[in-house]
Structure formats: structure tokens, C-alpha cells
Design a protein around this ligand. Sequence first.
Ligand SMILES: Cc1cc2nc3c(=O)[nH]c(=O)nc-3n(C[C@H](O)[C@H](O)[C@H](O)COP(=O)(O)OP(=O)(O)OC[C@H]3O[C@@H](n4cnc5c(N)ncnc54)[C@H](O)[C@@H]3O)c2cc1C
Length: 405
Amino acid sequence: MGTEGKDIKQPKPLPAPNSDFYEFAETLPAEELAIVKKVRAYMETKVAPIINKYWAEDSFPFELLPSFKELNIAGLGLEGYGCPGGSPLLVGLVAMEMARTDTSMATFWGVHTGLAMESIYLVGTEEQKQKWLPPMARMEKIGCFALTEPLVGSGTAGGLTTTAKREGDTWVLNGQKRWIGNAPWCDISIVWARDVDDNQVKAFIVENKTTPGFSVEKIQNKIALKVVQNGQITLKDVRVPDENRLQGGKGSFRDTALVLRGTRHGSAWEATGLQMGAYENALKYAQERLQFGKPIGSFQLVQELLAKMLANIVACQCMVARSVQLETEGKLNDAQAALAKAFCTSKARETVSWARELLGGNGIVVDYNVARFFADAEAIYSYEGTYQMQNLIIGKAITGFSAFV
Ligand SMILES: Cc1cc2nc3c(=O)[nH]c(=O)nc-3n(C[C@H](O)[C@H](O)[C@H](O)COP(=O)(O)OP(=O)(O)OC[C@H]3O[C@@H](n4cnc5c(N)ncnc54)[C@H](O)[C@@H]3O)c2cc1C
């Protein structure tokens, strides 16, 4: 029988996956929302199509750098010195947005802008900021942050073994640094070393490519954040002029802690974005994948998994949104930043494991994206201070007792 003249009932279009369920981005002023949308479009059109290949190959997509520079987000949140400025909420949402497509790219950006540039911004003198920040904002010089050592990770506050010895107007650095993101190819390292004279930790700007005694080996065979190039740095009688010592802070580990407070909070945003990416990919898969003749998304147990993922995401979004309000008011303390980092990264592990489960066998194949989020969650759970270290910071603040050692 023909259908001419009859109304054919079209199936209702399925809802598009949307992990901004409580409309956080809408709380931004229009000009900042436009920046988040620009980053989203960039990540979806330029990064998403190629990133799995780079992830599988353990390599960094240098082909993206020219267009990445045009986003003008290096130094986001920093005022002056050629930096684009912007509110703490914007910085967080951009980190979240990048991680929603790829956490390695968010980390590459976070290391350059949050760790390296912010060290100079927070601990440098006016002259040092004038000299180093503009080329870093233009991404002519890319930075890294060298704190962790092969034998000292969680215990950096009291145990750094890399030494700095002053000889007149020069400092001589010796030691090794491990896990340093961007180090195998970037231009500038912020190296944290213990001054042998006063036993305090100080930061030095070292030019990677031109400083004798500075060498980097790429860390091979990682299973997470494979696009980020991590390096093991060796400093052998590296001579740095005193003008490259960051001199605008306290000249102690309190400077390091100041930088880490902000970036720890940044990893909470990344962990939130990573969950959003895993959830959206899993939801799309659930809408398309048929079993027993029906989309798996129509099964109650699958819907429960998706609802639990979304609840984790919204809980993390609420937490980072409130902590960014505290940050904007200059009130965010170490324990609050630590709680956000610990909670969001642990929820990320849970969310990605549900997403992986929902994809069945395809959940362990990188081509379906979820496997990449699944693996990358492991790295952000440990970097910027492990889950245990964050909880010790929180524990000390709430009980009054330090349980670090
Ligand atoms: C992908 C990636 C990127 C990184 N990028 C950088 C970077 O750019 N720059 C940089 O400086 N560092 C970087 N790091 C290093 C990172 O910050 C460290 O890995 C982290 O601080 C943990 O140190 P560790 O790996 O030496 O582990 P360890 O300190 O050896 O810890 C091992 C385990 O022991 C636990 N533990 C240690 N002490 C205690 C305690 N007192 N109580 C209870 N449990 C404890 C830890 O929680 C952990 O579970 C990166 C790491 C990774 C994985």
C-alpha cells in the first residue's frame, strides 16, 4: 500500500549528548563564553580527528602548534605582560573544555601556562615578568615545571635533592628531575632546587636548548597521557645567572606551594572535563549500538550507568565552580584546592570505568576515544600530588594534626 498523502510519523530525534547538564558555561559573561566556544570548536574540529593516532604513537601533534597559538589562551587568567587576562572561571572552563576532548592537550597547555608561566607571574620580579612572559604568551617559548625527582615525588616539600650553589652572580645546579611534562622539546624549565647555603628551595629559569650541562631523556612506554611528552632532566654543573633566579617570592618552598595551589585546582577542572568526554562518548555509543535488536541505551541498567556518570560530573562541576568563586575572592586555601583535586580525580576514575564498561570490548580500543580517557584518568589521579597527599593536606586542616610522616 502506498503512503502518498498520509502523515509518516518520523522517529523523535534523540537528544544530543550534553555533559553541561546544569548549564555552567551559561554563567560566564558573553565575551568569555565566546572564548570557551572557540576552544570547544578547535578541540572538536582540529584535535579530535587526529589525537588517537598521536596517542597510540606516544607522540605530540606539533602540526597543531601554529593553530593552537592563534587561540590566544597562553597566560589565560594572567593580567598584563601580553597575556590575555580572563576570570578564574574562564580559565577553569577552558581547562575543562580541552580535557573534554583530550586531557593530554589540556595538560600540555596547563604545564606551559599554569605551571611555568604562573611560576614567573607569582614568584618573579617585575623585570623577570617583563622579559619572560610576553614570548611565552605568544608561545614563541614553551615552558615546563621541574619539581619532581626520580627519588623524590610526594616528599618534595622537605626532601629535594637537586642542589643550587651560589658562586658570585652565578648559581650551579646539580641533580635530576623526573616526569617533567613538555621537557623533551620545550624551551624553558622552571627548576626547583635546594640552596645548599640556607637549605631553602628556590626556583631558577633554565634555557633548555642552550644551557651546557642540561639534558633530557623522554620517558618511554607510558600507558596514560601518552601525547604529553614527559622527560627525565639531568642537570650537571648547570650554570644559571642570578637574574634567572625567581626573586619576587619568599625564596622557599612556600613559593612552590603557592603555584601548586592554583594548578591543583586546575587538575580538578581537567578531571571534570575528562569525565564529560568519556560520558558523551559513552552516551553516543549507547544511542547507536544495538543489542537484542534495540539500542543499548534503552536498557535500564545502561541508563543507570549513564545517570551515575552524569551525577559524578555535575558533583565535580559544582565543586570546582564553588572553589573558583573562593579563588576569585582570594580565599581558596590549600585544603579546599586539595579536596577538589582529590574528589574530582577519584570520581574521574569511577566515571571512566563505567564508560569503558558501557562500550564492552570496544571500550579497550583507542579508536572509540573512551579507552584514552580511561587510561588518562590514571595520570591525573597521581600528578600534582597523589590522592593520598591531597587527603593528608585536608586531614591536617580539619583535625589539626599533621600525618605526613
Ligand atoms: C603524567 C605525569 C605528568 C607529570 N608532570 C609533572 C611535571 O610536569 N612536573 C613535575 O615536577 N612533576 C610531574 N609529575 C610528577 C607527579 O607530580 C608525581 O608523580 C607525584 O607527585 C607522585 O610522586 P611519585 O610518582 O614519585 O610517587 P611517590 O611519591 O613515590 O608515591 C608512591 C605512592 O606512595 C604514596 N605515599 C607517599 N607518601 C605517602 C604518605 N606520607 N602517606 C601515604 N601515602 C604516601 C603516594 O600517594 C603514592 O600512592 C607528573 C607525573 C605524571 C604521572
